[in-house]
Design a protein around this ligand. Structure first.
Ligand SMILES: [Zn+2]
Ligand SMILES: [Zn+2]
Ligand SMILES: [Zn+2]
Ligand SMILES: [Zn+2]
Ligand SMILES: [Zn+2]
Ligand SMILES: [Zn+2]
Length: 1805
């Protein structure tokens, strides 16, 4: 043995004792190190596994491949690495589909529907116009990509990752022999080690009562390793335990979490959190150690406590438990290795891997145990640790010849057999047990592994073993050889059946045609079928030799749903086999018959005639749930006839004969009087008949050799049973019969049940003599005499019977001998046409009308697209709707078998209406056309040539009267179809039609109806029938003889009868009335629903109020309804809270800098469809390319991560509702006492005075008094400059003036007057406020003071540590800004921003604004209780004004530091003093422009190494050269950096600068306009048409506010004249150059506010991109390994784990993230796995529908999680605006919490 492998073995042997039996993280690293060293021949070839990494680096990564990858990612470009890992040269891709990823199937290229591509391998261009189907994987392991598997595809294609073009990569070379030796040796050693350990790990499956101290000790002894085999250097070494034992508990899928916690708590006698921790570990990993002790007796007692409720556990020594954990670690390592680059590229290493698995296990255990007494027990190894066979006997031969199985060698290449020492002779197959390969042991011992290791092992099998083209056949053989034993464990022992190895192996191995073919040749179907037969009858798996075919089916087994898996397996084998002949030629059909017979006629039904069934047995569900797989199994066998084209008829004949014979024998044993919906043998027969394609005549001959009447009566009885149940004949049998009927006829079993029976009936009719057959049929209907049914039931039964005959004639799809695919296509087409013909439907509704198994067909969506026109959703709440294309409306058949009677009537009406509209024929004259079957050879209409049928028809015609209109309609339709004599012996029906008996002929009977007024509705139909016969035969002549006054003209179809219209009219009026009532009800319902939803209710209320013009809310108190004026101050409730939509331009961020200036120049244009797109120059090619590349690279986002550029500011929002101050105080107090009684989480924080609006449930925290009358200030007056203002008053303003007493007095006097003048206080308020300071307060004044102190208290709390003053304007300023931001990108419809504001916004803003005005008034009236309020007020006013004065350069530092909009709001216009709003606006706007230019000059001067140029910044269209040059000049003059001055192409630069300036100035102008409108509500005299959209928004606003356009200001700046603006600019330029020399940049320098649309991060167009390109991506170092439940922050695009708690915090990662890492006031996350948004605020949270729709334009609910999801931008934008930017996140959460009685459910958190 070479040293390298010996070292590894010794390591494994000594590890437990050397680690003191403690399995720590260091031990894990030690293991990985040892394994990598071994596989690289002690580090010699380490570079193969960690290319380009040093030993130190690897040590740093703790020998973890994923860590290594991550560290590489930091160096490499992401994409190249991702490509490297996607490559699969010369071998299948085998990438596992993970949950959430797309699975691409091309039905054109694939061998069958299971063949799939991963997103890497799927090349859309290649599959253009193919039938491509995309689903989203719903399981953690949803199979693997089949790209590169030659057996999976029928079309040739090239995958870019499949070619080994990358020859440069040395990893693909043949490994040197030392490396190859090390690799194989390492794998072998590890696998042997794992089996050594797991072979003794079985105690958890033993009966708890049988566990003794001895047994445990024996287990420890048996688990001891042989030091020699493990290459111990020390001859005396003994592999001993430390005398300690653990109890280890195992996961299962039955018991509850709470129960487990309880048990563990009791058994461990430790605290509850410990028990919870252990339970979590069990749940996650599959097992956990609970307690440890030396005292085995104690452990045994504790184990009894644990297992009292069935929890399984075992006691094992520390050493062995330690080794189990080593096994887990090894499997993890193998998993990592199989995902590594060398493994993906190097085919030799992959082969060595498989070889190690397929070779035999070499035991390393010390004691060669031998137990001769062993007999087979599920899940155990025999005495010599060999894999036993079922029954543990050497195979003999079966008692039933059809079940014979003879062992034989598999047909595999000798090279492989020798390499794996398997399948070399018969030894392995004939003995009672055999020494298996490592793989067989791993399969066999699979259920002994812990959950997480099982999953990992199966992933390894999927990706690296089964898909290996060299080894997959031997793997399949090895698996099949132990299949019955593995199946036994799965059926009876596995605690986690969903994790069974079968689910992974079977699908992949058996869908491979070479495997399936060889399994059938080898005869293993007998063993597989015997397993299931044994299980279903005797409740245990059996071998073919021990079967007893006389046993009845066991209900208990049937209810164990797991057995379906085995039928799936068989179906795969049968349907994928390349040699269908051997299926037909072998004993498969006989065995299948035995199996099908088990369910034949089960469950039996007997009609209750006397008693009602009181207790219904639900046992039938076991049959009905089990049967679909059995039907499928039968169908697949029959389908093998498709593969024997030349001998199809011959093989078909043999099969049919066998089954007929079988049925004939069986028939004699049938229970009398019992009926059943299930008779799979008949269905099997029907498929054989259909697929054998034997000509009808020859078929009839074959069938007639048997008791055909007996055999074919069964399906007819079933059809009759169906009708009898429908008409209530079985009513005493309870509901279960109806449920069975439903399954049989309309849902799951329709295709294999009902339609098969109908088909057999058709075959029966066409293969036999009409007279006795029809007699038989009618007697089955019990309609040969009409005595069976009572008078109520009888007409319905007759109509059912007539409909049955219609269906026999018209449901001819299965007779048409189309291929399987064409048949399915037709079936789906008919289904869609008959559902959609009544009008458009959305997808969900459509599907609810069609059986699930039809919808589930992969072709369904493709066919739907062919047949329909799809109208995609447009608005935010729309869904997509499908409309049937007009041409398909002609295919509607009202007697479609899937229609109920009511729908049939609708369809008849629909057809008549349609013909009426097309041709103008009166509705009464329209005849529903008779369906003429195109199937010629089958005489399915031959029942009509029998005498008994003619008599039956006549009886019916005599039976009808005016009350049985529908019966007559159906009868006539049947005659109409028969009249065409399509599938009838020529002329024979006509003979019966005119044949005279007793009362005449059928013909004369229906002719007589023509004279009866009461049947006038049917007259057209009757004439149509007579006309058919008249055209073909000499009917008039015949009738002339029969009827005395026969009138030929009555047959003439032009005959018009008006009375019909009368009848139709009545009918229609009644129906219309009903429809109207229904519509009315629907409307009421929907308006009710609407009113109870948040989104719509606010908007609606607003609309109503808007119509009445704008007002402050009337004092309508929500709480007391008292409108009296003396009820004290009234006010508005609002919510003042921080909000973080305020962003600055991050000049250092490559993406966001460009993004900031990339939105259109008009913020009031619809962002999607700007009517003013001509205002913007087209973007450059490089811009497009850059943005595309960013979108490609960042799956989500990029997020706005520059936290320094995000401001959270206090803003106010209001629901617009009001109350009295006193009521408000009372409400808060009652709230407080109410809250103290409720323990649940409440959304409002009462300590912060938060409360929920009692009316609309919006959250609020402030009360603002409304003291004002209607605002009637004129806006246009406000905006007009003062008449004599040739110069701006700020021009000469100097701070010295303040010291001028005279000037100051004048100022105070004039300002007092102005402030008083703008006040619109109502009289009462004026009294309270303006009465001046008096010692005595009136009660009102007292209350008012209380009110103010309350407000300040709240605001101070919010603004802490700043002090809030009454006349502060920041809430007002922020709220205006926030509202402005929210309205960006919404069209103003040719008006201005002010016309877009909602009433709520205005109420809120105006209340704040008036309050501020009043505060100033209060101050100057000395009302405020401060030492010198008046002086204070003036000082403040003056300070604000002088901040903009030129005098001592105050304006210059203001330009650098101040927010000019804030300055604008801060200065109260004092027109008497010469200070108009216009003047203030002008100076602040000029300052704002200079500020913007200055920031640009500074920020653009440093050259950045970005992927785009300054020229790529999108610009405004049509900039004149003059403007461009002025802009350039301004820019250059401000720039302090020399490079920028030398920039060439001045004009080009100028255009960019101008565009950026305009974009940065537009928000200022919009805000100024809003502020002006808030001040002045009267806009009646404003003519918006003066500001046409031909101008850009900024210019429109300038002209609206009477200031110059931006371009003019720039020209003035550049012109250097004496004008006021020019001087301001010059002064500032000088100031800048001066201060730049002193190199001090003000730390308070203002940043440029973000000028574009403020949004949440961009989301991928398809949701699955998140999973493929990010979550499972190697390029991002596989985030799924760290993040279980991803949540994407929509601000910064970070991904956190929604489930996990953040480190060191009690909250989850989401909460921590939005509060701390990404500081926002609310959290908005997308949860891609749940396809929903998560909203968080303070201590509440709620889900919100994600802006994703499936391809049908619908939100994917839980039932359709497999659909691909597409981003719907309008929904997302609507969410951003109406929820986030409108500050509705808290409201949404509150409303959700309020509406849910039990918080903590799914809707809320
Ligand atoms: Zn692939
Ligand atoms: Zn590929
Ligand atoms: Zn294709
Ligand atoms: Zn009130
Ligand atoms: Zn409200
Ligand atoms: Zn974030």
């Amino acid at each position: 043995m070479d040293d390298n492998i010996s070292t590894l073995k010794r390591f494994l042997l000594h590890l437990p004792s050397e680690s003191s039996f403690k399995f720590t993280n260091d031990v894990r690293t030690d293991i990985r190190r040892a394994l990598y060293r071994a596989i690289s021949n002690q580090g010699q070839f380490l570079d193969w596994f960690f290319p380009g990494s040093s030993q130190d680096n690897i040590e740093e990564c703790q020998w973890l491949y994923t860590e290594y990858l991550k560290s590489r990612q930091l160096k490499d470009d992401k994409n190249t690495n991702a490509n490297a890992l996607a490559s699969h040269p010369n071998s299948p891709c085998a990438r596992i589909f993970r949950k959430g990823e797309p699975i691409y199937r091309c039905l054109t290229c694939g061998f069958d529907e299971t063949c799939a591509f991963c997103h890497n391998c799927f090349q859309p261009d290649f599959h253009a116009n193919h039938k491509v189907h995309i689903t989203i994987c719903l399981r953690e392991n949803g199979g693997v990509c089949d790209c590169g598997d030659p057996e999976a595809w029928i079309e040739e294609f090239t995958c870019p990752y499949a070619s080994s073009s990358d020859n440069s990569n040395c990893l693909a070379n043949e490994p040197p022999s030392e490396l190859a030796g090390a690799v194989l040796g390492t794998f072998e050693t590890l696998l042997d080690f794992i089996i050594d350990v797991m072979s003794q790990c079985y105690l958890q499956f033993e009966d708890i009562e049988s566990i003794t101290k001895d047994k445990i000790e024996l287990n420890t002894i048996n688990s001891t390793f042989d030091p020699r085999k493990y290459a111990s250097a020390d001859d005396n070494f003994q592999d001993v335990n430390n005398d300690q034992y653990y109890i280890q508990v195992y996961n299962d899928q039955i018991r509850h979490y709470r129960d487990a916690v309880q048990r563990i708590h009791l058994a461990s006698q430790k605290v509850k959190p410990f028990a919870e921790m252990i339970t979590d570990q069990i749940h996650k990993q599959g097992r956990a150690k609970v307690i440890s002790s030396k005292n085995l007796q104690l452990l045994l007692e504790r184990q009894k406590i644990l297992s009292a409720t069935g929890l399984s556990s075992c006691i094992r020594s520390h050493r062995d438990i330690f080794r189990e954990q080593v096994c887990d670690e090894i499997v993890k390592w193998l998993g990592d290795l199989s995902e590594s680059q060398v493994f993906k590229i190097n085919a030799d290493i992959k082969d060595l891997f498989c070889r190690a698995f397929c070779d035999k296990w070499e035991s390393g255990l010390l004691i060669p145990s031998f137990d001769p007494a062993y007999s087979y027990k599920v899940g155990t190894l025999d005495g010599s640790l060999r894999i036993p066979k079922i029954d543990s006997k050497a195979p003999t031969s079966s008692v039933y010849p059809q079940w014979a199985f003879t062992s034989s060698k598999w047909d595999l290449p000798d090279e492989i057999n020798n390499q794996c020492s398997y399948n070399k002779d018969l030894g392995d197959f004939t003995a009672a047990a055999h020494h298996g390969s490592r793989l067989q042991y791993l399969f066999y011992l699979d259920i002994r592994f812990s959950k997480s290791t099982r999953v990992l092992l199966h992933d390894i099998y999927s990706t690296s073993l089964i898909t290996n083209l060299h080894y997959k056949n031997i793997i399949s053989a090895q698996y099949v050889d132990i299949y019955p034993m593995v199946a036994d464990q799965f059926l009876t022992l596995d605690r986690e059946p969903e994790l069974s190895v079968m689910c992974t192996l079977s699908t992949q191995l058996f869908t491979c045609p070479t495997n399936s073919t060889s399994i059938i040749h080898h005869g293993d179907i007998a063993r597989v079928l015997a397993s299931i037969y044994g299980f279903l009858t005797t409740e245990k798996v059996q071998s073919p030799e021990t079967l007893d075919l006389t046993t009845e089916i066991s209900i208990k087994s049937l209810k164990n749903r797991r057995w379906g898996q085995i039928f799936f397996d068989i179906s795969y084998i049968l349907s994928r086999s390349r040699d269908p002949k051997s299926i037909l030629n072998s004993n498969i059909i006989p065995m299948a018959c035995d199996l099908l017979a088990l369910l034949q006629g089960k469950p039996g039904l007997k009609r209750e005639t006397e008693n009602h069934v009181e207790y219904e047995s639900p046992d039938y569900t076991a049959f009905f749930h089990g049967i679909p797989v059995i039907y499928q199994f039968a169908e697949f066998i029959a389908r093998s006839l498709n593969g024997v084209e030349n001998e199809r008829k011959e093989w078909g004949r043999r099969a049919i004969k066998y089954v007929m014979n079988y049925l004939q024998k069986m028939h004699q044993e049938r229970h009398k009087g019992e009926v059943s919906f299930l008779h799979p043998l008949h269905s099997f027969l029907s498929w054989l008949i259909e697929l054998s394609q034997i000509e009808p005549a020859a078929l009839a001959k074959i069938l007639q050799e048997y008791q055909i009447d007996n055999i074919f009566t069964y399906p007819i009885t079933t059809l009759v049973l169906m009708s009898q149940i429908k008409t209530g004949y079985w009513v005493r049998n309870g509901f279960t019969v109806r449920a069975q009927l439903q399954l049989y006829r309309t849902t799951g079993l329709r295709e294999s049940g009902y339609l098969r029976d109908l088909y057999l009936t058709q075959i029966y009719i066409s293969s036999t003599d009409p007279e006795p057959t029809t007699m038989n049929i009618l007697s089955q209907w019990q309609l040969n005499d009409w005595k069976t049914y009572d008078n109520n039931t009888l007409p319905y039964m007759i109509e059912e019977c007539l409909t049955f005959f219609i269906h026999v004639l018209t449901e001819d799809l299965n007779l048409s001998q189309l291929s399987e695919e064409a048949l399915l296509q037709k079936r789906i087409e008919r289904e869609i046409i008959h559902t959609l013909c009544f009008g458009g439907m959305n997808y969900a509704k459509l599907c609810s009308h069609i059986p699930d198994h039809i919808v589930a067909e992969k072709r369904f969506d493709i066919i739907l697209t062919q047949l329909t026109v799809f109208k995609p959703p447009k608005g935010e709440n729309d869904v997509g709707v499908y409309y049937l294309k007009d041409e398909y409306l002609d295919c509607v058949n009202p007697y479609y078998f899937n229609y109920t009677t009511n729908i049939k009537d609708d369809a008849i009406k629909f057809i008549k209406e349609r013909v009426h509209q097309k041709t103008g024929k009166s509705i009464g004259e329209v005849v529903v056309p008779a369906y003429a079957s195109k199937v010629k050879d089958y005489k399915i209409g031959n029942f009509s040539v029998s005498l008994c049928f003619a008599r039956f028809l006549k009886k019916v015609l005599e039976f009808v009267d005016e009350n049985r209109e529908s019966l007559l309609e159906t009868c006539l339709h049947l005659i109409h179809i028969l009249a065409l004599e399509n599938n009838v012996d020529e002329g024979k029906f006509y003979e019966r039609f005119v044949e005279v008996e007793d009362h005449g002929s059928i013909a004369s009977l229906i002719y007589e109806l023509l004279s009866k007024e009461e049947f006038s509705c049917q007259h057209a139909k009757i004439r149509a029938i007579l006309k058919v016969f008249a055209d073909r035969h000499d009917l008039p002549h015949e009738l002339n003889g029969q009827i005395p006054q026969f009138d030929t003209s009555a047959i003439d179809s032009d005959y018009v009868d008006n009375s019909e219209d009368e009848f139709e009219k009545k009918k229609r009026i009644a129906k219309d009335r009903q429809a109207r009532l229904l519509a009315k009800f629907k409307k009421q319902q929907s308006s009710f629903l609407k009113n109870n939803q948040m989104d719509t209710s606010d908007a609606e209320m607003e609309d109503e109020e808007l119509q009445h013009g704008w007002k402050f809310p009337e004092p309508h108190c929500l709480l007391c309804q008292n409108a009296a004026e003396n009820a004290g101050p009234f006010g508005l409730i609002t919510y003042v809270a921080k909000s973080s939509e305020f962003r600055n331009v991050p000049f250092d961020d490559e993406y966001w800098f460009l993004r900031s200036f990339s939105d259109g120049v008009d913020l009031d244009a619809d962002e999607e469809n700007p009517t003013t797109s001509s205002h913007n120059q087209a973007k450059t090619a490089r811009w497009e390319e850059y943005m595309r590349a960013v979108k490609e690279k960042f799956v989500i986002g990029p997020g706005f991560t520059s936290h320094d550029d995000v401001d959270s500011k206090l803003v106010s929002s209001s629901c617009g509702h009001g109350m009295h101050f006193q009521c408000y105080i009372n409400f808060l107090n009652t709230n407080r006492s109410r809250m103290s009684q409720i323990t649940r989480n409440t959304p409002e924080n009462i300590d912060h005075k938060e409360f929920v609006c009692p009316l609309c449930k919006a959250i609020n925290n402030m009360f603002i008094p409304i003291l004002w009358t209607t605002n009637q200030r004129s806006l246009s007056k406000f905006l007009t400059p003062l008449p004599d203002s040739s110069r701006n008053p700020f021009h000469n303003l100097s701070i010295e003036r303040v010291h001028d007493k005279e000037w100051y007095d004048k100022f105070t006097k004039l300002s007092d007057a102005d402030i008083d003048a703008i006040s619109i206080l109502n009289p009462i308020s004026r009294e309270i406020i303006c009465s001046g300071p008096t010692a005595q307060f009136t009660p009102q004044q007292h209350q008012f003071r209380q009110l103010l102190s309350n407000m300040f208290q709240i605001l101070s709390f919010l603004t802490f540590p700043q002090v809030f003053k009454a006349d502060s304007i920041f809430v007002l300023v922020n709220t205006i800004k926030s509202i402005e931001i929210c309205h960006r990108g919404i069209s103003s419809d040719g008006r201005l921003i002010i016309s877009q504001l909602s009433n709520n916004c205005l109420i809120n803003l105006r209340t704040f604004n008036e309050f501020r005005n009043t505060s100033v008034l209060m101050k100057i009236k000395n009302w405020i209780h401060t030492p010198n309020p008046r002086g204070d007020a003036y000082a403040k006013m003056l300070a604000n004004i002088f901040a903009l004065s030129k005098g001592n350069g105050a304006i210059n530092s203001s330009i650098v530091e101040a927010d000019m909009f804030e300055c604008l709001v801060n200065i109260i216009p004092l027109p008497s003093f010469g200070l108009s709003f216009h003047a203030i606006l002008e100076v602040t706007f000029v300052a704002h422009l200079i500020q913007t230019l200055n920031i640009l000059a500074k920020e653009l001067s440093s050259k950045k190494n970005w992927k785009y140029d300054m020229w790529d910044i999108p610009i405004v269209a049509d900039i004149t050269t003059t403007i461009a040059e002025s802009a350039h000049l301004c820019f250059v003059r401000l720039a302090t950096n020399e490079n920028i001055k030398t920039l060439s192409e001045a004009e080009k630069v100028g255009r960019v600068i101008y565009s950026m300036t305009v974009k940065a100035a537009t928000p200022f102008l919009r805000r100024a306009a809003i502020y002006a409108y808030v001040q002045c509500a009267d806009i009646d005299d404003i003519d918006f048409s003066l500001y046409p959209e031909t101008e850009i928004e900024a210019n429109r606003l300038c002209s609206f506010m009477n200031i110059k356009p931006i371009s003019e200001y720039l020209e003035i700046f550049a012109s250097n004249t004496a004008s006021f603006e020019s001087r301001m600019f010059d002064d500032f330029v000088n100031y800048v150059h001066l201060s730049s020399k002193s190199l001090t940049i003000s730390p308070l320098a203002r940043k440029l506010e973000y000028p574009g649309l403020v949004k949440l991060v961009e989301l991928p167009d398809r949701l699955d991109r998140f999973f493929t390109d990010y979550y499972y991506s190697d390029a991002y170092a596989q985030p799924h390994l760290r993040i279980e439940d991803p949540a994407i922050c929509l601000f910064c695009a970070s991904v956190v784990d929604a489930q996990k708690q953040a480190r060191g915090a009690r909250e989850g990662q989401c909460t921590t993230h939005y509060l701390k890492e990404c500081p926002h006031d609310v959290g908005v996350f997308l949860l891609p796995k749940d396809r929903t948004l998560l909203l968080l605020h303070k201590n509440g949270g709620s889900f919100y529908k994600a802006p994703y729709l499936d391809e049908h334009g619908e939100i994917a609910d839980d039932s359709r999680r497999g659909k691909t999801m597409y981003l719907m931008k309008t929904r997302y934008d609507a969410f951003i605006r109406s929820v986030w930017l409108s500050h509705n996140v808290p409201n949404y959460i509150v409303r959700n919490l309020e509406s849910v009685l039990d918080p903590g459910g799914w809707e809320t958190l």
